[in-house]
Design a protein around this ligand. Structure first.
Ligand code: SF4
Ligand code: SF4
Length: 285
């Protein structure tokens, strides 16, 4: 069975990526929903899923010290290139890069490298289909790996339940977790805003998607805040072989729907219809 992945990304957080993902959910059939924005997941706030299971996500091994075996020789403090061990031999987990040097130099075998839990993966059910989402502990840095795990778990859900589409709320920005979000996907939708920084971010995201084999489309959120910049975004999209498929207006009703934790395309159906949302859905599916 072929499973199609549609990924929504943006050059930075807060551009309307999750608003668009949540708005698409009720319009698609036979879907699994995946939230790959593991650093700041908030799709669940609008979809209100019922958690079925949760598992720990284990990142890199980190150093753990047994102070009862420590002779305070300071060899580990002097050897740690990341300044992760204090003079009182307390290891700062946020600074530890898991290199294992301290374990190697410790003459008392007081240090061991141990698995550390850096996040949680959730399997859940929404009104519209199963959902996989995750949360990385703030400050931890294995988000690319966690993004891949969320996508794989979503694929397993789709295979087991015979669902043909995975809708992914991707990671924002241009880092490795964005690449993990879009690699192998059929369609990528970039959400941007009509500002100079929106245009700049869009161009940087295109630099990534240029190496990507699937189709890439653009959505301008709050397009009416600057029609001039919206035109520039349309021109840039065309230049990069893409196309602006949807322009969502800035409207206080949208803000209210989100504040009320409602799916915007359901709460403000007319507004979305006027923007051509149904046609947009047809083009991306
Ligand atoms: S594992 Fe490496 S980074 Fe972590 S505390 Fe030991 S020496 Fe420092
Ligand atoms: S190297 Fe081992 S014994 Fe020496 S201070 Fe570090 S933990 Fe303690």
């Amino acid at each position: 069975m072929t499973i199609k992945e549609i990924v929504i990304i943006s050059g930075k957080g807060g551009t309307g990526k999750t608003t668009l993902t949540a708005s698409l959910v009720p319009y698609l059939e036979n879907i699994v929903i995946a939230d790959c924005d593991v650093d700041a997941p908030d799709l669940h706030i609008l979809l209100d899923p019922e958690i079925r299971s949760r598992e720990n996500f284990v990142g890199l091994k980190k150093a753990v010290v047994d102070l009862s075996a420590c002779t305070h020789c300071m060899a580990c403090v002097d050897s740690c290139k990341f300044d992760a061990i204090s003079d009182s031999i307390i290891i700062n987990g946020m600074k530890c890069e898991g290199c294992g040097v301290c374990e190697y130099v410790c003459p008392s075998e007081a240090i061991a490298m141990k698995d550390t839990v850096v996040g949680t993966v959730f399997h859940a059910d929404t009104t519209y289909g199963p959902m996989v989402h995750a949360r990385l502990i703030p400050g931890e840095e294995t988000s690319g790996k966690l993004v891949s795990l969320v996508r794989n778990e979503a694929k397993k859900e789709a295979e087991i339940k015979g669902l043909g589409t995975i809708l992914i709320d991707g990671s924002p920005g241009i880092g490795c977790n964005v690449i993990s979000s879009i690699t192998g996907a059929e369609k990528v939708i970039i959400v941007t805003e009509p500002t100079m920084s929106g245009l700049h971010d869009l161009s940087r995201v295109f630099d990534i998607t240029d190496r990507f084999s699937g189709k890439v489309f653009v959505v301008i959120n709050k397009f009416n805040l600057s029609r001039e910049m919206s035109i520039k975004i349309e021109q840039e999209s065309k230049k990069r072989g893409s196309e602006v498929l949807l322009k969502i207006p800035f409207d206080k009703r949208m803000v209210k729907a989100i504040t009320d934790k409602k799916i915007p395309s359901l709460a403000e159906k007319e507004l979305f219809s006027e923007a051509g949302f149904e046609e947009f859905v047809k083009r991306i599916t």
